[in-house]
Ligand binder design. Sequence first.
Ligand SMILES: Nc1nc2c(ncn2[C@@H]2O[C@H](COP(=O)(O)OP(=O)(O)OP(=O)(O)O)[C@@H](O)[C@H]2O)c(=O)[nH]1
Ligand SMILES: [Mg+2]
Length: 451
Amino acid sequence: MFNIDNNDTITAIATPLGVGAIAVIRISGQLSFQIIDFIFKPKIKNRKSRRIYLGYIYSKNTLIDKVLINIFKSPNSYTGEDIIEISCHGSIYIQNKILDLIINNGARLATRGEFTFRAFKNGKLDLYQVESLLELFHSENELDHNLALNNFRGKVSIIIKKIRKKILTLNTILEFCIDFSEEDINKKHLLAFKKLLLNLITKIKDLINSFKLGLFFKKGIAIAIIGKPNVGKSTLFNFLLKSDRSIVSNKSGTTINYIEENLYIDGIKYRLIDNAGIKKNTLNKLELKGIKKTIENIKKSDIIMYITNNINTKYLHLQKYYKYFFKKEIIFIINKCDLLKKKIKIQSSPILISAKYGIGINYLLNKLKTLSERFIKNNNKTIITNVRHYEELKKALFKLNKIKDHLQIGIEPEILSLLLKEANYSLEKIIGTITNEEILVNIFDRFCIGK
Ligand SMILES: Nc1nc2c(ncn2[C@@H]2O[C@H](COP(=O)(O)OP(=O)(O)OP(=O)(O)O)[C@@H](O)[C@H]2O)c(=O)[nH]1
Ligand SMILES: [Mg+2]
């Protein structure tokens, strides 16, 4: 980890290591322009910020590469410092040669996330945005990406800053009360205090509740495919994944242990789980173990796809059972419709499909979409996705609720003021106004060198 108070000029290759069409090398700090003057020709006379210059990198008199350099003058840069970005040809030799030159002229190699740390230190990003940036790097689907991008752009930070402002207002009311005796405290003040407090509690509760929604985006909506053996569970699993991931055979009990895979439909992430068939009255130990795992998966899932081959199955009864006993959404599916003797109209529930021939799958996907929207509705809402933020918000809420309880007894400004400070402290830890080295190391170490 870097020294927090360090002001060295830092450098790193910002693109992935290896041969590429081009590579980008970054320099940030006070010596950036001095270093580029040493190694880049022609010399730039009137440096302009956010301008690209074409020229050559030299090591003494030896030409290394023809490059483009991009200049960002402090404070209008990613780190808030003077930044140079050199786009060179992507050979490993050229990249390393230029990096060596920069280091020999006064910069040092940056550590993981050090550029972003400087952005944080110089007030360009708050800690919430920094953590959202990490999530942006790791986003796997459209929704995940939108969420991380919104948060990186400061959506949640703005809300938290507003909440903190309101806490300060509460504190001002309290300070006013400290100067007066209890009898003199104006009822109006007390009412204003209560109103603002309740408003804050609701806002923090909303953020806390959004965490569950955030988990759906990140972890995906879990779907357990279940039913009796041999009904075509694995065939459907494979069809949806467009791969032969699960073994299919006409032998009953083919799937012994469950298989889980990620599936993306319309930008929504699902975790599809193919389970062992549920068999009544079996004494086979292996089958019993498989069934036990299936039940565990049912409990862990958000949606159940129940498959049967029998058009006379009493699905309403089953639907009630899963909905009320397990409290799960259920999609009831009759598979192998291609084998049905008489023609049956494909309908919305139960859904008739042929997993083997891909018949009726669109009906199934539509149904899935409708159910999923129940989980991920309000997707325009601000959503928090980070456990650390969730925990701090819960702590802040706890303190504010304590204040609410205290108000029942009467107003004791000193105690309330202390509780407000503690709530504020948690919020400051989220955006990084107050932080400790352990948290910083934990966060910035997850970045790569060059970011
Ligand atoms: N005709 C027809 N056969 C199907 C269809 N879906 C699956 N099958 C066949 O049914 C048999 C069982 O399919 P699986 O997908 O292995 O069934 P399963 O429910 O996973 O079975 P277990 O893992 O044993 O519980 C295989 O021979 C499949 O080819 C379908 O839509 N139409
Ligand atoms: Mg199977």
